[in-house]
Design a protein around this ligand. Structure first.
Ligand code: ADP
Ligand code: MG
Length: 251
């Protein structure tokens, strides 16, 4: 891929010199301090760190859900910090996917209606064959026409994964996607995210505090006090625990 000024070849998302400050004066909280990082295309990155480290803020800034105080967020060739709210909404619906801890499905819509909603709101048609493939891969074909309250937590999260995949987004952001699930169901959702990278060429950025979840990623990024405190390539649950212990001792 051609290198563009200021971006690394193959980066789906690039955060550059990113700062996020909440509040002012006595109430000021610096949630991100000069964070620069690439999320390579077709790779799975986990973001870890203690509570309050800035993980959710990083994800929200990367996803255009929070405005950085300073710095830039590039999605492919687009600097999303420079976009108006309306353009940003379109970018989010068409070029990003989201999976949250709390599923975030609309209760009055079926799983299928929830799945196609972002594309409908973006005025885009749905690729029926792709939708069928996604339903097949996520095991949701039989259940997709039910309402959220008729589905288990794991099935609701599968709907959220279907919704995230449908637009073939440039990146999927997941914030604690297994946090509300039992461990076996959580493993199934992680396997789906992993398969979306390996088989469907997706890019995934996932916040988690669980070493077992982060071990599914290609790379783990550690945040502490709003700064990047290290990275680990090809993590295992054991190497992650050792790294987390070392970070804890360095405090
Ligand atoms: P994490 O997800 O790693 O737990 P967060 O990104 O949620 O961390 O928070 C980072 C810091 O920013 C914390 O000190 C938190 O209290 C603060 N913070 C997060 N959101 C807000 C907000 N909307 N207003 C003020 N402070 C916030
Ligand atoms: Mg958080």
């Amino acid at each position: 891929m051609a290198r563009r000024n200021g971006t690394t070849a193959g980066a789906a998302v690039r955060l550059e010199s990113l700062w996020k400050v909440y509040g002012t004066g006595q109430a000021e909280v610096v949630a991100l301090r000069d964070v620069t990082v690439d999320f390579p295309a077709s790779s799975f990155t986990a973001v870890m760190g203690p509570s309050g480290a800035g993980k959710t803020t990083l994800l929200q800034c990367a996803a255009g859900l929070a405005e950085p105080t300073r710095g830039s967020v590039r999605l492919g060739g687009t600097d999303i910090a420079g976009l108006q709210e309306k353009e940003l909404a379109l970018v989010r619906r068409q070029r990003m996917g989201f999976v949250f801890q709390s599923f975030n499905l609309l209760p009055a819509l079926t799983g299928r209606e929830n799945t196609v909603l972002p594309l409908q709101l973006a005025g885009r048609g749905v690729d029926r064959d792709w939708l069928e493939l996604i339903l097949e891969r996520t095991g949701m074909r039989e259940h997709i026409d039910r309402y959220p309250h008729e589905l288990s937590g794991g099935q609701q999260q599968r709907v959220a994964v279907c919704r995230a995949l449908l637009a073939r987004p440039e990146v999927i952001f997941a914030d604690e996607p297994t946090g509300a699930l039992d461990s076996r169901t959580g493993e199934e959702i992680l396997a789906l995210l992993r398969a979306s990278v390996d088989e469907l060429d997706q890019t995934v950025v996932m916040v988690t505090h669980e070493p077992a979840a982060a071990a599914c990623a290609d790379r783990v990024l550690f945040l502490r006090d709003g700064r990047i405190a290290g990275t680990l390539e090809q993590p295992t649950a054991a190497s992650l625990r050792a790294h987390l212990d070392a970070l804890e001792r360095a405090r």
